[in-house]
Design a binder for this molecule. Structure first.
Ligand SMILES: [Zn+2]
Length: 249
């Protein structure tokens, strides 16, 4: 099948579905300058020593170290802007072709792009939260603490203020249960974008889908079940898919 034929088939599937969702991973954000941590040779997660620090345990025992390693990265996330893939996903929702998006990413770029129904199953970085009392805190609290060499930031209650994201060894964010509940009610099509579908339990959510369109640079375990596979960059393919959906008669 040519690329045009694949795009046309994917567009037909999106137009014919009644409960289609997107499921996105790091690959949807690489063109926003956020590295895919699980790709070999790039980013933080390819460094096992740093990977071992991204745990709730390190946050508890060595909070200053935890912050000094990860805060610069989160600040870069906060400055990132949505790319054409995020925008196309938001527009597909606005057109009524997607019912929502489940994302493994903590960068918040789907909301920034205008998506309305978004489940961030690994949390987000829009604000920090007290690990003891749960009160939200602004990111500036962490930046101030870093500037004053007074990491970690602390809440008025004395608790350590932490990012509202899922660290290794921690339970999933509340959005995981919300996404699970929605998908259980029915998902006749899953548009997978930029996810290797190998990170669990997030990837377990796609098991509710009746059919798949997969947009990814690399193979996934679900390729055999996919109605259409579009290999390539999300920022190039998603706008083309959006155009195909709009053009389809
Ligand atoms: Zn507190």
């Amino acid at each position: 099948m040519s690329m045009d034929q694949k795009l046309s088939k994917a567009a037909d599937l999106l137009r014919g579905s009644s409960r289609a969702y997107a499921f996105t991973g790091a690959g949807v954000s690489t063109e926003s300058g956020i590295p895919d941590f699980r790709s070999p040779g790039t980013g933080l997660w390819s460094n096992p020593e740093l990977l071992a620090l991204a745990t709730g345990d390190v946050l508890q025992r060595q909070p200053a170290r935890f912050y000094s390693v990860f805060l610069p990265q989160w600040l870069a996330y906060q400055r990132a802007e949505p790319n054409p893939a995020h925008k196309a996903i938001a527009e597909l929702e606005a057109l009524g072709r997607l019912s929502g998006v489940v994302t493994q990413n903590i960068d918040g770029l789907h909301r920034k792009a205008g998506s309305q129904v978004v489940w961030e199953v690994h949390g987000h970085l829009r604000h920090l939260v007290c690990g003891s009392c749960g009160a939200p805190a602004p990111f500036e609290a962490a930046e101030d603490a870093m500037r004053k060499d007074a990491l970690p930031p602390r809440c008025d209650c004395g608790g350590v203020v932490r990012p509202d994201v899922v660290l290794f060894g921690e339970a999933m964010a509340p959005d995981f249960e919300r996404a699970l509940a929605a998908l259980r009610r029915g998902c006749d099509l899953m548009l997978v974008v930029g996810s290797s579908l190998t990170v669990y339990p997030a990837a377990s959510l796609v098991r509710f889908a009746d059919a798949f369109i997969i947009v990814n640079c690399d193979p996934t375990p679900y390729d055999g079940q996919a109605a259409v596979i579009l290999h390539g960059s999300a920022g190039r393919i998603l706008p083309e898919l959006l155009d195909a959906v709009k053009e389809a008669k």
